[in-house]
Design a protein around this ligand. Structure first.
Ligand SMILES: [Zn+2]
Ligand SMILES: [Zn+2]
Length: 225
């Protein structure tokens, strides 16, 4: 770990699944496939996504953590606001990669209640003339409106790969365009909350909590059918 690539504050060191054994690591943590890094993949900019890689992950239905094709079951992380819009903005993952990610990410694991305050802080050139960091300002078009904001509630849902449909919402005057997984027409299996909304976080109507409550009433909350 170098001074310019600190591990996220509050990060744990969960055990690394076999699927991620060969993935680059920084400070003992796996560097997700879509994370912006210097040419040396062990030097990530935590909290920043490499936008072209993220687009490829959506287009080719790859796992956002290991970068390999998604298989039978896909895990997606969703906020109530994503579900309300009908699009999940976090690309899918293999179940074991998702489990690792939720344990390692301080926000998802509930150890931090705010997103990284300033991911741009580490966007400095590393001196490697073949490294893409010289043009990062042009490739990181991820909106940073979450920076420093209180965390929302996050949910984990499972989908069969056949239901994992990538769509683009072109937005309007007040809503920016987004690409993501269509959650309007699919039944999320194994739906569960992985963290509650932080104090001061988004408190819009939580349809996902209502779905879970409804399934409990009817007795089919956690099955895979
Ligand atoms: Zn994976
Ligand atoms: Zn660099």
């Amino acid at each position: 770990m170098t001074e310019s690539t600190p591990a996220p504050a509050g990060a744990a060191r969960p055990s690394i699944p076999d699927r991620l054994a060969d993935a680059p690591r920084s400070g003992g943590l796996v560097v997700p496939y879509i994370t912006l890094t210097h040419r040396d993949r062990t030097r990530p900019v935590w909290g920043k996504v490499h936008a072209p890689t993220q687009r490829r992950v959506w287009r080719q239905k790859l796992c956002q953590i290991c970068g390999h094709p998604l298989l039978d079951w896909v895990v997606v992380y969703l906020r109530p606001s994503d579900y309300g819009r009908g699009i999940g903005v976090e690309p899918g993952m293999h179940p074991e990669c998702a489990h690792y990610s939720a344990s390692a990410c301080p926000v998802l694991a509930g150890r931090l209640d705010r997103y990284h305050p300033d991911p741009d802080r580490h966007l400095s050139a590393c001196g490697d003339t073949r490294c893409g960091c010289r043009i990062w300002r042009r490739v990181t078009d991820e909106p940073s409106h979450l920076a420093g904001q209180p965390a929302e509630a996050w949910y984990e849902g499972w989908l069969p790969l056949s239901d994992y449909t990538v769509v683009t919402d072109h937005g309007n005057d007040t809503t920016p365009p987004i690409t993501g997984v269509d959650v309007r027409e699919v039944r999320l299996r194994k739906l569960r909350r992985i963290r509650a909304s932080a104090a001061g976080g988004e408190q819009s109507m939580d349809l996902l909590a209502m779905i879970i409550a409804g399934r409990k009433v009817f007795g089919y909350g956690e099955d895979l059918q």
